[in-house]
Write a protein that binds this ligand. Structure first.
Ligand SMILES: Cc1cc2nc3c(=O)[nH]c(=O)nc-3n(C[C@H](O)[C@H](O)[C@H](O)COP(=O)(O)O)c2cc1C
Length: 298
């Protein structure tokens, strides 16, 4: 039997492992999210992938037909920058939020821009609100506005960069020291057991995976992309790749992150998660920690 790690996140999300799927523009649909929930993490449906509430509701039903385990929703908000016009603002999202609440979803994530209106509505209806941001400053603001968890994406992760962005190590350790109420979720460059355990040690209640989940049989991208852009590439030996990940331009689209250095194969999501838990157990054993369950207080 592999080790279990319980945190405040596994408790409120009612899931097996302290792991949440990232939001995925274009990819975050039921076929991709359901296997993550089935494997014991929190699968996420990314709402802006659905042009209208009817299509969004149909996806929630599809998700429910694929898994009876908990799952969440992401609302990626439009920063007030012209290039992001394809995303949505809080008012456009509210009908989606109501549909998710009516459907019985209990945990939802917002990201990319401030989301107090959605957060307030989630709390009124008894849902857990997770806000994902890229800077400690924005994490402090989400904490002030009552977010239950904040995900801070480190510089080494994928996504749009902010000039004040920090590494995952600094994000977790500094935010742990200064946030008043919100619990932390780590994201950015986490793709194996060492990254997973390190994030928990730094004070995260869970980790959020993006790039790693693209290297799975269920991710709806081409096999060519998976082999060439995830498996073959290592990133640390390629200055062009490095520049794409560590750019500060808000124009660029998400690219696989520095996590590619840790990706050697394409396997089912269930195996990905099992591998992380089995390797975690081995590392903890090496440290002399031989327990069936580790219970973290945060
Ligand atoms: C293809 C792709 C699309 C993404 N789309 C979104 C999105 O629409 N909204 C968002 O908040 N984050 C998005 N992200 C970022 C992830 O949710 C997550 O924060 C990030 O990938 C974590 O870093 P990692 O890739 O190093 O694990 C995307 C990531 C990838 C790889």
């Amino acid at each position: 039997m592999t080790i279990k790690i319980e945190t405040s996140f596994t408790k409120v999300a009612k899931i097996e492992h302290p792991m949440i799927m990232g939001a995925f523009a274009g990819l975050g649909r039921a076929e991709f999210a359901a296997p993550f929930s089935e494997a014991g993490g929190l699968g996420i449906i990314t709402a802006h992938n659905f042009r209208n509430v009817k299509k969004f509701k149909a996806e929630l039903e599809k998700m429910q037909s694929l898994t009876s385990r908990p799952f969440g929703i992401n609302f990626s908000l439009n920063p007030p920058i012209e290039h992001f016009a394809r995303l949505m603002n809080e008012d456009n999202f509210l009908p989606y939020v109501e549909a998710a609440i009516d459907f019985g979803i209990k945990i939802m994530t917002t990201s990319a821009y401030k989301s107090e209106k959605i957060g307030t509505r989630l709390h009124e209806s008894g849902c857990i609100w997770i806000h994902k941001c890229a800077t400690i400053e924005h994490a402090i603001s989400a904490d002030k506005h009552g977010a239950d968890f904040v995900v801070i994406v480190g510089l080494e992760g994928t996504g749009f960069k902010n000039p004040l962005q920090n590494t995952t190590l600094i994000n977790m350790t500094v935010a742990k020291k200064i946030l008043k109420n919100a619990k932390l979720i780590a994201a950015g460059g986490i793709a194996d057991a060492r990254g997973f355990l390190s994030a928990l040690m730094m004070g995260a209640s869970a980790v959020c995976f993006g790039t790693l989940l693209m290297a799975t049989t269920e991710c709806p991208i081409s096999e060519k992309f998976k082999m060439e852009k995830l498996v073959k590439i290592k990133g640390y030996d390629d200055t062009e790749f490095y520049k794409r990940v560590f750019h500060f331009s808000l124009k660029d689209s998400p690219v696989p992150s520095m996590s590619v250095a840790l990706i050697d194969d394409i396997i089912p999501i269930k195996e990905r998660i099992e591998r992380i838990m089995e390797d975690s157990e081995k590392i903890l054993n090496e440290w002399g920690i031989k327990k069936e369950i580790i219970k973290l207080a945060y």
